[in-house]
Design a binder for this molecule. Structure first.
Ligand SMILES: [Zn+2]
Length: 244
């Protein structure tokens, strides 16, 4: 782990909540987990820094793709423990960020810019697409889902996390009225460390996210609960499959 990341993690430490568990990190196989605080970002692998969210994603990728070593993968971020896991485990890995002032398909400082609503990749380019906490920020998520399906090969998997509410229906935070998008709920933001800014939350997904994925063309979509315990902070992961 980089020293800056260690320092940032230590800032989250609540000494009274500190605990150690003998549970293997799904991202790097280190045999111990540490709990710095009682929340999903406070549960970490002390070696690679993967949070409970990243470890839930990594565990699901490993379970869903037995032939991961032959997989060509695309991850919608350019650094961090998930990128490290995929780089070690997959045949090839393409990464990107949504960069301000850079055209899609171009790079800045070696980082590829992509907008998931309009990917510049050829059809059927990847066996695996992953994203973590991205789609709740995508304005036209149906377009994004269609694009991910397009760049997946037949039999490919889209494995991702979004904050999921325990509700049947997704709640859109914006609506289109007279050609304009207007907020229908008070604005909510998440931190985007890469851009050093906060980004707007477009919607709160419910269990119907699987119906939204099928409507975008995926043949199957499920919400998977990882087997890992992660101090009780394992995160449900969404898996969508493109049929053969
Ligand atoms: Zn690890």
């Amino acid at each position: 782990m980089r020293p800056s990341r260690v320092l940032r993690l230590l800032q989250t430490l609540r000494p009274s909540e500190l605990a150690l568990a003998r549970e293997r990190c799904a991202a790097c196989d280190w045999p111990w987990l540490v709990r710095l605080a009682r929340n999903e970002l406070g549960v970490r692998c002390p070696r690679c820094g993967a949070s409970a969210v990243t470890q839930s994603l990594a565990a699901t990728v490993r379970a869903e793709l037995p032939a991961l070593a032959q997989a060509e993968a695309y991850e919608m971020s350019a650094r961090g423990p998930l990128v490290g896991f995929l780089r070690r485990r997959c045949a090839t890995l393409t990464t990107s960020e949504l960069l301000d002032g850079v055209a899609a398909g171009e790079t800045r400082d070696g980082v590829l810019c992509q907008n998931v609503e309009r990917l510049t990749f050829d059809d059927a380019r990847f066996d695996l697409c992953t994203s973590s906490e991205v789609f709740e920020h995508v304005e036209d998520d149906a377009a994004g889902f269609r694009e991910v399906r397009r760049v997946l090969r037949p039999g490919g998997r889209f494995v991702f996390t979004v904050p999921l509410c325990d509700a049947a229906q997704t709640v859109e935070r914006f609506a289109r009225r007279g050609g304009e998008r207007v907020a229908v709920l008070p604005p909510a933001f998440h931190a985007d460390r890469y851009r050093g800014a906060t980004i707007l939350v477009q919607r709160d997904y419910g269990r119907d996210i699987v119906d939204r994925l099928r409507a975008a063309g995926f043949d199957d979509a499920r919400i998977v609960h990882p087997a890992a315990t992660l101090f009780g902070h394992a995160r449900p992961v969404v898996v969508a499959a493109r049929g053969r």
